[in-house]
Design a protein around this ligand. Sequence first.
Ligand code: SAM
Ligand code: F3S
Length: 442
Amino acid sequence: MPKKLYIRTFGCQMNEYDSDKMADVLAASDQLTPTDRPEDADVILFNTCSVREKAQERVFHDLGRVRALKAERPDLIIGVGGCVASQEGPAIVARAPFVDVVFGPQTLHRLPQMIRARRESGVPQVDVSFPEIEKFDHLPPPRVDGAAAFVSIMEGCSKYCSFCVVPYTRGEEVSRPLDDVLMEVADLADQGVREVTLLGQNVNGWRGLGSDGAPLDFAALVEYVAAVPGIERIRYTTSHPKEMSQRLIDVYAREPKLVSQLHLPVQSGSDRVLAAMKRGYTALEYKSIVRRLRAARPDLSLTSDFIVGFPGETDADFAATMKLVDSVRFDGAFSFLYSARPGTPAAELPDPVPHAVAQARLEALQSALDAHYRAYSDAMVGTTQRVLVTGHATKDARELAARTDNNRVVNFAGGAALIGRYVDVTITRAFPHSLRGEAVTA
Ligand code: SAM
Ligand code: F3S
């Protein structure tokens, strides 16, 4: 019987990506095959997130649930990876002694050796170090599933926003060399991938060197990726407003392969709060970036992240956030209640916002964001969109589901042969969570 691997992933797209890599590494080293059922698994991994307190608590709760499995089958390996692992290290084994391996985002490629060492020594293994970017040299070639794939182009973050744990859990920004990225993209394209999402905490902070040794920025990288034969669409996430250079904005004007969608976290519309968050821009500077982006690409859909209830946030600060939302007209956003993270500078700030006040602000913000999202969907009715067909529709298997540039699901009538292909679809109706369309027949 082939041995089985169960992975539970918390948190961001970086973690989703890392979980796929864990599966690749263990498939190559130990022929482990994935399962959705922890009770069938020989190895259970939790890929954790510590960006907000809630996500962190869920890990220990879920760990408690697999403890019984370990009691029944002492051979079972239980591992904890990701950002909680990175922050807590050996404290995880102290709190949950049935955990066998603890590894960080930068040491997941060492999983096979760590599991072997655990089996041979009987002692739990902990390695949450940051060995630069060695990880990528030790990963098997990417597996392809469909026409879209993620490519990690950098690790970590050096922005040190005052509220955020990421620089401590994932380490400082390290860019992957140009040739590595391009070879991975070319390899994916050879396997049928048409759309790549360049991934990292601050992808537009990517820096590299050309073959002549000249320094390259993210704008240059996008153009190199666009030139890889077979690649039709390029996305990237996440980007930082501070690194949204005019050179990158200009790429929107001339490179149609770069999709008309951008996630550009703003966090707040108040300059006072932005300064306390150490974001490095003002609301006006953010709006100026948006104006220039829309001049380069008029139909650009913008999404964002917001934090409400940051220490010291007043009604006037929050009003400034609402004003920014109305003037920018985001096409959706994630909004979070501020969560104090141990070890971050903001955790030391006075003036916490009372929970009820923060909650009321969050609700007001979310309803404004929802209204803009719906207006955006309504405005798409009657337009023709180039969509990537992802599979059969969930509600009616005789129909197809596809994804627009701005991440809307469109259902439309069509044959299975279109799966994995780009199709032009005219949008005929907008629903709260999806769109309906008709394929354009040339
Ligand atoms: N690299 C991204 C950027 O450019 O800002 C952010 C990465 S962070 C993992 C994702 C989002 O989580 C942030 O944009 C922020 O809105 C939210 N976040 C981070 N720390 C937080 C905290 N302590 N409390 C609440 N939300 C937080
Ligand atoms: Fe976190 Fe700010 Fe970096 S939100 S991931 S420190 S850009």
